[in-house]
Design a protein around this ligand. Structure first.
Ligand SMILES: [Zn+2]
Length: 259
């Protein structure tokens, strides 16, 4: 059973890698290809694991190595598939949890690599996750949709506040600030998170995410101050922290905090 779960995780990891290599560039799925020259990869190089084992890590066309992220994501999902299997009450819950975990991993990878949360990812993710939540007798339509609305609405407000702040600061400094702290992608992500954990878990998830991002920013700012490179408008990707908070709530960690 563990071997099957591990294999499922690897396959989902390959899919996440494929989407992360395609969607930010083409907005559609391109087959397994070299990130540098776009040449198709040999079948054994589709997976980071098989590429490593068969000595096909380098592109046959331009000799660029496969990103280490390819192997990393496969291992995270492979091991994650086994760990999630331990906690899942039944097979259908297990598959749903694996799907949610894969979607959030995909959003995290793209956000870290491109500072982007793509609508082509968050849109279908919102639809699928909403449907799952609505059909789940433990959750139901009310809690699911209210969660999504609360996440989307509260972050939309933060987004507009950020815009007002940025235009105020740019007027004061007499220069335009292109990078807003908080992109619209974060608003759609907050909506997806709300649909995933439902009401009232969405509050815990987003507050945890914001606290984690704040803590990281503080460390980051201290580091920059020490190196005398501080820039108050340095954008910080919020997505991975919000996702960390939501996965914590989703996988039951919230039981430790809220009874
Ligand atoms: Zn190449």
């Amino acid at each position: 059973m563990i071997a099957i779960q591990f294999l499922l995780g690897i396959l989902l990891g390959m899919l996440v890698n494929l989407l992360a290599d395609s969607l930010p560039f083409y907005r559609r799925v391109e087959g397994f290809h070299c990130a540098h020259c776009g040449a198709p990869r040999a079948v054994l190089a589709w997976s980071g694991i098989s590429a490593g084992l068969s000595g096909r890590r380098r592109c046959e066309n331009c000799a660029t190595s496969l990103s280490p992220r390819t192997l990393f994501i496969e291992m995270v999902l492979g091991i994650g598939a086994v760990v999630i299997g331990i906690g899942a009450p039944n097979a259908s819950a297990y598959l749903v949890q694996m799907l949610v975990f894969s979607i959030f991993l995909l959003i995290t990878v793209i956000d870290i690599e491109h500072r982007l949360i793509l609508h082509i990812v968050s849109g279908p993710a919102a639809l699928i996750i909403a449907l799952i939540g609505i059909l789940d007798p433990m959750r139901g339509p009310e809690k699911t949709l209210l969660g999504g609305l609360a996440g989307f609405g509260s972050f939309l407000l933060l987004y507009y506040l950020g815009q007002v702040f940025a235009s105020f600061m740019s007027r004061r400094r007499g220069e335009t600030i292109d990078e807003v702290a908080f992109g619209f992608g974060d608003v759609t992500l907050a909506g997806v998170i709300g649909l995933t954990v439902g009401w009232p878990g969405v509050i815990v998830a987003l507050v945890l995410g914001i606290l984690a991002a704040g803590f990281f920013s503080l460390l980051f700012i201290v580091g920059m101050l020490v190196r005398r490179q501080y820039n108050p408008f340095m954008p910080i990707p919020y997505g991975p922290f919000l996702i960390l908070g939501s996965l914590f709530v989703y996988f039951g960690g919230v039981g430790l905090v809220v009874v």
